[in-house]
Design a protein around this ligand. Structure first.
Ligand code: ZLM
Ligand code: CA
Ligand code: ZN
Length: 390
Protein backbone atom coordinates (compact mmCIF):
# COMPACT_ATOMS: atom_id res chain seq x y z
CA UNK A 1 0.00 0.00 0.00
CA UNK A 2 2.70 2.44 1.00
CA UNK A 3 5.99 2.56 -0.91
CA UNK A 4 8.07 5.69 -0.69
CA UNK A 5 10.29 6.37 -3.74
CA UNK A 6 13.99 7.18 -3.33
CA UNK A 7 14.60 10.91 -3.04
CA UNK A 8 15.96 12.57 -6.19
CA UNK A 9 19.54 13.81 -6.19
CA UNK A 10 20.76 12.51 -2.83
CA UNK A 11 21.06 9.30 -0.82
CA UNK A 12 19.86 8.55 2.69
CA UNK A 13 21.43 5.76 4.73
CA UNK A 14 19.80 4.13 7.78
CA UNK A 15 21.96 2.54 10.45
CA UNK A 16 20.43 0.26 13.06
CA UNK A 17 20.91 -3.00 14.86
CA UNK A 18 17.79 -4.66 16.28
CA UNK A 19 19.89 -6.12 19.12
CA UNK A 20 20.02 -2.62 20.65
CA UNK A 21 16.24 -2.66 21.20
CA UNK A 22 16.35 -5.84 23.27
CA UNK A 23 18.24 -4.23 26.17
CA UNK A 24 16.44 -3.19 29.35
CA UNK A 25 17.57 -0.47 31.74
CA UNK A 26 15.40 -2.02 34.46
CA UNK A 27 11.92 -1.80 35.84
CA UNK A 28 10.38 1.68 35.50
CA UNK A 29 13.57 3.28 34.21
CA UNK A 30 12.41 6.01 31.79
CA UNK A 31 14.82 5.01 28.98
CA UNK A 32 13.08 2.34 26.89
CA UNK A 33 15.14 0.99 23.98
CA UNK A 34 12.02 -0.64 22.50
CA UNK A 35 10.86 2.85 21.40
CA UNK A 36 13.26 2.07 18.52
CA UNK A 37 11.22 -1.01 17.63
CA UNK A 38 8.11 1.14 17.49
CA UNK A 39 9.91 3.69 15.29
CA UNK A 40 11.11 1.03 12.88
CA UNK A 41 7.61 -0.50 12.69
CA UNK A 42 6.19 2.86 11.63
CA UNK A 43 8.97 3.53 9.13
CA UNK A 44 8.43 0.12 7.53
CA UNK A 45 4.63 0.30 7.55
CA UNK A 46 4.93 3.53 5.51
CA UNK A 47 7.31 1.80 3.09
CA UNK A 48 10.13 4.23 3.81
CA UNK A 49 12.69 1.42 3.97
CA UNK A 50 12.49 1.16 0.16
CA UNK A 51 13.81 4.70 -0.18
CA UNK A 52 17.01 4.36 1.89
CA UNK A 53 20.16 2.26 1.98
CA UNK A 54 19.78 0.04 5.05
CA UNK A 55 22.85 -0.98 7.04
CA UNK A 56 23.06 -3.36 9.97
CA UNK A 57 25.15 -1.41 12.47
CA UNK A 58 28.22 -3.27 13.68
CA UNK A 59 29.59 -2.89 17.17
CA UNK A 60 32.11 -0.06 17.54
CA UNK A 61 35.47 -1.56 18.48
CA UNK A 62 37.19 -0.84 21.78
CA UNK A 63 39.80 1.19 19.84
CA UNK A 64 37.11 3.28 18.12
CA UNK A 65 35.53 4.13 21.47
CA UNK A 66 38.99 4.84 22.91
CA UNK A 67 39.31 7.77 20.49
CA UNK A 68 37.30 9.65 23.09
CA UNK A 69 36.91 7.49 26.20
CA UNK A 70 39.60 6.62 28.73
CA UNK A 71 40.83 3.01 28.77
CA UNK A 72 40.10 2.61 32.52
CA UNK A 73 36.48 3.54 31.92
CA UNK A 74 36.06 1.28 28.86
CA UNK A 75 37.72 -1.60 30.74
CA UNK A 76 35.20 -1.19 33.53
CA UNK A 77 32.29 -0.91 31.08
CA UNK A 78 33.46 -4.08 29.33
CA UNK A 79 33.70 -6.24 32.43
CA UNK A 80 30.90 -5.08 34.76
CA UNK A 81 27.99 -7.39 35.46
CA UNK A 82 24.54 -6.80 36.87
CA UNK A 83 24.96 -7.09 40.62
CA UNK A 84 28.28 -5.21 40.68
CA UNK A 85 26.37 -2.16 41.87
CA UNK A 86 26.18 -3.88 45.28
CA UNK A 87 29.52 -5.71 45.19
CA UNK A 88 32.03 -4.15 47.59
CA UNK A 89 35.12 -4.68 45.39
CA UNK A 90 33.45 -2.75 42.55
CA UNK A 91 31.97 0.05 44.60
CA UNK A 92 34.89 2.48 44.10
CA UNK A 93 34.56 2.24 40.33
CA UNK A 94 30.77 2.37 40.43
CA UNK A 95 31.06 5.70 42.22
CA UNK A 96 34.06 6.93 40.19
CA UNK A 97 32.35 6.25 36.86
CA UNK A 98 28.93 7.49 38.06
CA UNK A 99 26.86 4.32 37.75
CA UNK A 100 23.63 4.24 39.75
CA UNK A 101 19.91 4.85 39.27
CA UNK A 102 20.28 7.04 36.17
CA UNK A 103 23.00 4.83 34.64
CA UNK A 104 22.32 1.29 35.86
CA UNK A 105 24.47 -1.73 35.10
CA UNK A 106 22.20 -4.02 33.09
CA UNK A 107 22.59 -7.24 31.13
CA UNK A 108 24.57 -6.74 27.92
CA UNK A 109 25.54 -3.14 28.75
CA UNK A 110 28.79 -3.17 26.74
CA UNK A 111 27.04 -4.76 23.78
CA UNK A 112 24.31 -2.11 23.92
CA UNK A 113 26.84 0.75 24.03
CA UNK A 114 29.12 -0.57 21.32
CA UNK A 115 26.16 -1.19 18.97
CA UNK A 116 24.61 2.26 19.24
CA UNK A 117 28.07 3.82 18.95
CA UNK A 118 28.90 1.64 15.94
CA UNK A 119 25.79 2.92 14.19
CA UNK A 120 26.87 6.54 14.55
CA UNK A 121 30.48 5.86 13.52
CA UNK A 122 29.23 3.93 10.46
CA UNK A 123 26.84 6.75 9.60
CA UNK A 124 29.61 9.37 9.81
CA UNK A 125 31.87 7.24 7.59
CA UNK A 126 29.12 6.93 4.95
CA UNK A 127 29.02 10.72 4.76
CA UNK A 128 32.84 11.00 4.60
CA UNK A 129 33.09 8.38 1.84
CA UNK A 130 30.43 10.18 -0.24
CA UNK A 131 28.19 7.12 -0.03
CA UNK A 132 25.32 9.12 1.45
CA UNK A 133 24.34 12.76 1.86
CA UNK A 134 22.14 12.06 4.90
CA UNK A 135 22.80 9.28 7.44
CA UNK A 136 20.42 8.32 10.26
CA UNK A 137 21.00 6.44 13.53
CA UNK A 138 17.98 6.78 15.81
CA UNK A 139 19.64 4.62 18.49
CA UNK A 140 22.43 7.19 18.94
CA UNK A 141 22.41 10.71 20.32
CA UNK A 142 23.61 9.93 23.84
CA UNK A 143 25.01 13.37 24.52
CA UNK A 144 25.77 13.31 28.28
CA UNK A 145 28.52 10.64 28.34
CA UNK A 146 31.94 11.98 29.36
CA UNK A 147 35.47 10.78 28.65
CA UNK A 148 35.53 8.66 31.82
CA UNK A 149 32.02 8.91 33.22
CA UNK A 150 28.51 7.71 32.53
CA UNK A 151 25.83 10.38 32.91
CA UNK A 152 22.11 10.83 32.34
CA UNK A 153 21.33 7.42 30.75
CA UNK A 154 24.41 7.78 28.48
CA UNK A 155 27.55 5.61 28.70
CA UNK A 156 29.44 6.04 25.43
CA UNK A 157 29.25 9.37 23.60
CA UNK A 158 28.48 8.21 20.07
CA UNK A 159 28.02 11.82 18.93
CA UNK A 160 31.59 12.74 19.87
CA UNK A 161 32.83 9.62 18.05
CA UNK A 162 30.81 10.55 14.95
CA UNK A 163 32.08 14.14 14.97
CA UNK A 164 35.68 12.91 15.31
CA UNK A 165 35.13 10.90 12.11
CA UNK A 166 33.66 13.91 10.28
CA UNK A 167 36.61 16.08 11.39
CA UNK A 168 38.91 13.82 9.35
CA UNK A 169 37.25 15.22 6.21
CA UNK A 170 35.72 18.54 7.20
CA UNK A 171 37.56 21.53 8.67
CA UNK A 172 34.44 22.61 10.59
CA UNK A 173 31.48 20.60 11.93
CA UNK A 174 28.36 22.10 13.49
CA UNK A 175 26.48 20.21 16.20
CA UNK A 176 22.81 20.99 16.92
CA UNK A 177 20.94 19.51 19.90
CA UNK A 178 17.14 19.81 20.26
CA UNK A 179 16.84 17.36 23.15
CA UNK A 180 15.16 19.08 26.14
CA UNK A 181 18.38 18.49 28.11
CA UNK A 182 21.68 20.36 27.65
CA UNK A 183 24.16 18.54 25.37
CA UNK A 184 26.92 18.89 27.95
CA UNK A 185 29.09 15.88 26.98
CA UNK A 186 29.48 16.98 23.36
CA UNK A 187 30.04 20.61 24.33
CA UNK A 188 32.75 19.66 26.82
CA UNK A 189 34.51 17.26 24.45
CA UNK A 190 35.11 20.10 21.97
CA UNK A 191 35.63 22.94 24.43
CA UNK A 192 39.16 23.64 23.27
CA UNK A 193 38.73 23.57 19.50
CA UNK A 194 37.24 26.02 17.02
CA UNK A 195 36.62 23.15 14.59
CA UNK A 196 33.28 22.27 16.20
CA UNK A 197 30.49 24.72 16.94
CA UNK A 198 27.98 23.24 19.39
CA UNK A 199 24.46 24.64 19.72
CA UNK A 200 22.03 23.26 22.31
CA UNK A 201 18.44 24.31 22.95
CA UNK A 202 17.28 23.10 26.37
CA UNK A 203 15.30 23.65 29.51
CA UNK A 204 17.63 25.43 31.93
CA UNK A 205 17.13 25.61 35.66
CA UNK A 206 20.49 25.35 37.37
CA UNK A 207 19.33 23.58 40.53
CA UNK A 208 16.19 21.77 39.43
CA UNK A 209 16.74 20.37 35.95
CA UNK A 210 19.39 17.96 34.75
CA UNK A 211 22.30 18.50 34.09
CA UNK A 212 22.19 22.11 35.37
CA UNK A 213 24.67 23.48 32.81
CA UNK A 214 24.08 25.39 29.58
CA UNK A 215 23.39 28.94 30.75
CA UNK A 216 23.38 31.67 28.09
CA UNK A 217 26.84 32.85 29.16
CA UNK A 218 28.37 29.32 29.19
CA UNK A 219 30.14 29.88 25.89
CA UNK A 220 33.26 27.79 26.43
CA UNK A 221 36.38 28.63 28.46
CA UNK A 222 37.27 32.18 27.43
CA UNK A 223 41.02 31.96 28.01
CA UNK A 224 42.57 34.20 25.32
CA UNK A 225 44.72 31.32 24.04
CA UNK A 226 41.82 28.87 23.75
CA UNK A 227 40.70 28.65 20.10
CA UNK A 228 37.46 27.02 21.31
CA UNK A 229 36.40 30.10 23.26
CA UNK A 230 32.89 31.24 22.22
CA UNK A 231 32.29 28.03 20.27
CA UNK A 232 29.59 26.70 22.62
CA UNK A 233 26.21 28.27 21.98
CA UNK A 234 23.54 27.69 24.61
CA UNK A 235 19.88 28.56 24.28
CA UNK A 236 18.38 28.16 27.79
CA UNK A 237 14.59 27.96 27.87
CA UNK A 238 11.80 27.79 30.43
CA UNK A 239 8.81 25.45 30.63
CA UNK A 240 6.05 25.30 28.06
CA UNK A 241 7.71 26.71 24.93
CA UNK A 242 5.26 26.37 22.04
CA UNK A 243 5.54 25.54 18.34
CA UNK A 244 5.65 29.06 16.95
CA UNK A 245 8.19 30.41 19.43
CA UNK A 246 10.48 27.41 19.08
CA UNK A 247 10.36 27.37 15.28
CA UNK A 248 11.14 31.07 14.98
CA UNK A 249 13.93 30.80 17.54
CA UNK A 250 15.43 27.71 15.90
CA UNK A 251 15.43 29.24 12.43
CA UNK A 252 16.97 32.53 13.57
CA UNK A 253 19.67 30.93 15.71
CA UNK A 254 20.60 28.10 13.35
CA UNK A 255 20.34 30.31 10.24
CA UNK A 256 22.76 32.81 11.77
CA UNK A 257 25.16 30.10 12.98
CA UNK A 258 25.38 28.36 9.60
CA UNK A 259 25.82 31.66 7.79
CA UNK A 260 28.66 32.73 10.08
CA UNK A 261 30.45 29.45 10.76
CA UNK A 262 30.02 27.84 7.31
CA UNK A 263 30.36 24.21 8.50
CA UNK A 264 31.25 21.38 6.10
CA UNK A 265 28.82 19.00 7.82
CA UNK A 266 26.05 19.10 10.42
CA UNK A 267 25.24 16.64 13.20
CA UNK A 268 21.66 16.95 14.46
CA UNK A 269 20.59 15.36 17.75
CA UNK A 270 16.80 14.98 17.66
CA UNK A 271 15.99 14.14 21.29
CA UNK A 272 12.19 13.74 21.36
CA UNK A 273 11.82 14.68 25.02
CA UNK A 274 11.25 18.25 23.81
CA UNK A 275 7.76 17.18 22.65
CA UNK A 276 4.66 17.98 24.68
CA UNK A 277 3.49 15.16 26.98
CA UNK A 278 6.98 13.74 27.44
CA UNK A 279 7.41 11.84 30.72
CA UNK A 280 10.55 13.83 31.63
CA UNK A 281 10.28 16.93 29.46
CA UNK A 282 8.50 20.23 30.06
CA UNK A 283 8.26 21.79 26.59
CA UNK A 284 5.05 21.89 24.61
CA UNK A 285 6.01 21.07 21.03
CA UNK A 286 3.91 19.08 18.61
CA UNK A 287 5.45 16.48 16.32
CA UNK A 288 5.18 18.88 13.33
CA UNK A 289 7.21 21.62 15.03
CA UNK A 290 9.92 19.19 16.13
CA UNK A 291 10.03 18.00 12.51
CA UNK A 292 10.35 21.56 11.18
CA UNK A 293 13.73 21.79 12.91
CA UNK A 294 14.86 18.80 10.85
CA UNK A 295 13.35 20.25 7.66
CA UNK A 296 15.08 23.62 8.19
CA UNK A 297 18.43 21.96 8.92
CA UNK A 298 18.11 19.97 5.70
CA UNK A 299 17.66 23.14 3.60
CA UNK A 300 21.40 23.94 3.89
CA UNK A 301 22.16 20.92 1.70
CA UNK A 302 25.18 19.95 3.83
CA UNK A 303 26.15 16.37 4.71
CA UNK A 304 23.84 15.60 7.61
CA UNK A 305 24.24 13.05 10.40
CA UNK A 306 20.94 12.60 12.27
CA UNK A 307 20.80 10.84 15.65
CA UNK A 308 18.11 10.25 18.28
CA UNK A 309 18.59 10.95 21.98
CA UNK A 310 16.05 11.38 24.76
CA UNK A 311 12.32 10.76 24.44
CA UNK A 312 10.34 9.07 27.20
CA UNK A 313 6.82 8.65 25.85
CA UNK A 314 7.57 5.91 23.30
CA UNK A 315 4.46 6.35 21.11
CA UNK A 316 5.36 10.01 20.54
CA UNK A 317 9.08 9.37 20.13
CA UNK A 318 8.30 6.90 17.34
CA UNK A 319 5.85 9.31 15.71
CA UNK A 320 8.43 12.10 15.71
CA UNK A 321 11.30 9.99 14.39
CA UNK A 322 9.14 8.32 11.72
CA UNK A 323 7.88 11.76 10.62
CA UNK A 324 11.44 13.09 10.60
CA UNK A 325 12.61 10.14 8.53
CA UNK A 326 9.89 11.04 6.01
CA UNK A 327 11.07 14.68 5.97
CA UNK A 328 14.65 13.55 5.27
CA UNK A 329 13.23 11.49 2.36
CA UNK A 330 11.00 14.38 1.20
CA UNK A 331 8.09 11.99 1.63
CA UNK A 332 6.09 13.63 4.41
CA UNK A 333 3.37 14.65 1.94
CA UNK A 334 3.34 11.17 0.42
CA UNK A 335 2.78 9.24 3.64
CA UNK A 336 0.10 11.53 5.05
CA UNK A 337 -0.98 11.58 8.68
CA UNK A 338 -2.78 8.29 9.31
CA UNK A 339 -1.04 5.44 11.13
CA UNK A 340 -1.19 2.54 8.61
CA UNK A 341 -3.50 -0.38 9.40
CA UNK A 342 -0.61 -2.76 8.91
CA UNK A 343 1.60 -1.31 11.65
CA UNK A 344 2.58 -3.66 14.46
CA UNK A 345 1.65 -2.43 17.97
CA UNK A 346 -1.02 -0.22 16.35
CA UNK A 347 -2.93 -0.01 19.65
CA UNK A 348 -0.17 2.27 21.00
CA UNK A 349 -1.31 4.97 18.59
CA UNK A 350 -4.98 5.21 19.60
CA UNK A 351 -7.38 6.79 20.01
CA UNK A 352 -6.50 9.14 17.13
CA UNK A 353 -4.26 6.81 15.06
CA UNK A 354 -2.53 9.90 13.70
CA UNK A 355 1.15 10.84 13.40
CA UNK A 356 0.18 14.25 14.77
CA UNK A 357 -1.85 14.03 17.99
CA UNK A 358 -2.56 17.43 19.61
CA UNK A 359 0.24 17.08 22.19
CA UNK A 360 0.21 20.78 23.06
CA UNK A 361 -3.45 20.56 24.06
CA UNK A 362 -3.35 17.24 25.88
CA UNK A 363 -1.41 18.66 28.83
CA UNK A 364 -2.12 22.31 29.65
CA UNK A 365 1.21 24.09 30.03
CA UNK A 366 1.75 27.80 30.28
CA UNK A 367 4.51 29.16 27.99
CA UNK A 368 6.97 30.71 30.42
CA UNK A 369 9.10 32.14 27.61
CA UNK A 370 7.85 35.66 26.91
CA UNK A 371 8.67 37.19 23.51
CA UNK A 372 11.00 39.66 25.16
CA UNK A 373 12.99 36.81 26.71
CA UNK A 374 13.30 35.01 23.35
CA UNK A 375 14.33 38.23 21.58
CA UNK A 376 17.09 38.63 24.19
CA UNK A 377 18.35 35.12 23.44
CA UNK A 378 18.54 35.82 19.70
CA UNK A 379 20.31 39.13 20.33
CA UNK A 380 22.85 37.43 22.57
CA UNK A 381 23.57 34.70 20.01
CA UNK A 382 24.20 37.38 17.36
CA UNK A 383 26.65 39.07 19.75
CA UNK A 384 28.43 35.80 20.41
CA UNK A 385 28.71 35.07 16.69
CA UNK A 386 30.77 38.23 16.25
CA UNK A 387 33.68 36.32 17.85
CA UNK A 388 33.36 33.46 15.38
CA UNK A 389 34.67 33.23 11.87
CA UNK A 390 33.95 30.48 9.36
N1 ZLM B 1 17.85 10.28 40.36
N2 ZLM B 1 14.05 4.70 37.83
C1 ZLM B 1 18.32 12.63 30.24
C2 ZLM B 1 18.86 12.18 31.57
C3 ZLM B 1 18.12 12.75 32.75
C4 ZLM B 1 19.61 13.34 38.66
C5 ZLM B 1 17.55 12.72 40.01
C6 ZLM B 1 17.52 8.97 39.84
C7 ZLM B 1 15.32 10.71 35.97
C8 ZLM B 1 14.76 9.46 36.43
C9 ZLM B 1 15.88 5.99 37.07
C10 ZLM B 1 13.55 3.40 38.28
C11 ZLM B 1 18.81 12.59 27.73
C12 ZLM B 1 18.72 13.65 37.46
C13 ZLM B 1 17.12 11.32 39.59
C14 ZLM B 1 16.14 8.48 40.20
C15 ZLM B 1 19.75 11.85 40.68
C16 ZLM B 1 16.74 12.25 35.44
C17 ZLM B 1 15.36 4.80 37.50
C18 ZLM B 1 12.89 8.19 37.21
C19 ZLM B 1 13.71 7.05 37.32
O1 ZLM B 1 12.02 5.65 38.09
C20 ZLM B 1 13.20 5.76 37.77
C21 ZLM B 1 14.13 3.03 39.61
C22 ZLM B 1 15.06 7.13 36.97
C23 ZLM B 1 15.57 8.36 36.53
C24 ZLM B 1 13.42 9.38 36.77
N3 ZLM B 1 16.62 11.01 35.94
C25 ZLM B 1 14.62 11.81 35.48
N4 ZLM B 1 15.56 12.76 35.16
C26 ZLM B 1 18.04 12.97 35.23
C27 ZLM B 1 18.79 12.44 34.03
C28 ZLM B 1 19.02 11.96 29.11
O2 ZLM B 1 17.43 12.61 27.39
O3 ZLM B 1 19.24 13.93 27.69
C29 ZLM B 1 19.59 11.86 26.63
C30 ZLM B 1 19.28 10.42 26.47
N5 ZLM B 1 18.85 12.85 36.40
O4 ZLM B 1 17.91 14.54 37.48
C31 ZLM B 1 19.04 12.89 39.85
C32 ZLM B 1 19.66 14.19 39.78
C33 ZLM B 1 19.30 10.44 40.25
CA1 CA C 1 19.45 20.19 23.93
ZN1 ZN D 1 16.96 14.53 27.12
Amino acid sequence: LYQVPRPKGYRVSWHANPAVEAHHFGQSHPMKPWRLTLTKQLVMAYGMHHAMDLYLARAATYEEMAEFHEADYLDFLRQVMPGDMDRAEQSDNVVRFNFGDDCPIFDGLYNYCSLYAGGTVDAARKLCNDQAEIAINWSGGLHHAKKAEASGFCYVNDIVLGILQLLRHHPRVMYIDIDVHHGDGVEQAFWSTDRVLTVSFHKYDKDNFFPGTGALDDTGPTHPLNPGAHHSINVPLNDGIDDNSYEALYNEVIGACVETYRPGAIVLQCGADSLGCDRLGCFNLNVQAHGKCVAFTKTFGLPLLVVGGGGYTPRNVSRAWAHETSILLEADQIIGRDIPDSVAFRTHFGPDYSLFPPLSELRKLENKNPRSYLAGLVESVHEQLRYIKG
